[in-house]
Write a protein of this length. Sequence first.
Length: 128
Amino acid sequence: MAAKATFLAAGLVMGFLVADSLSAQASFAVNQDRAVRGRALFTEKGCQTCHSIGRGTMAGPDLLNVTQRAPVDWLRRFLKNPRALYDAGDARTVAMVEQHHGYVMPNFRLNDDEVDLLIHFLASGLRR
């Protein structure tokens, strides 16, 4: 019975995450200049140490199509302060941390422009 409850709870969380990402994907227009600058920032900040783009999960999730899997407004909040979302019990963040063995991404203290550059890069389809 406990296994059924766990399976049901996991299904509900995944359903919530998928529905949330689909409903929140308003049109996001990628600026290619900002995407190129975001790619440089991705490398400068060492993001590739924990994340791949299209090569599978590492210490953190594969970021291929991340802007299609998660709402851009959530990505902005997460990139600004991952620990705050986790500590607040944000369902998407908690599920991600559980999938990655309890590891919470460090806060890189990104400013709003840096967050925007990274999102343009991640939405652009460019690779490192």
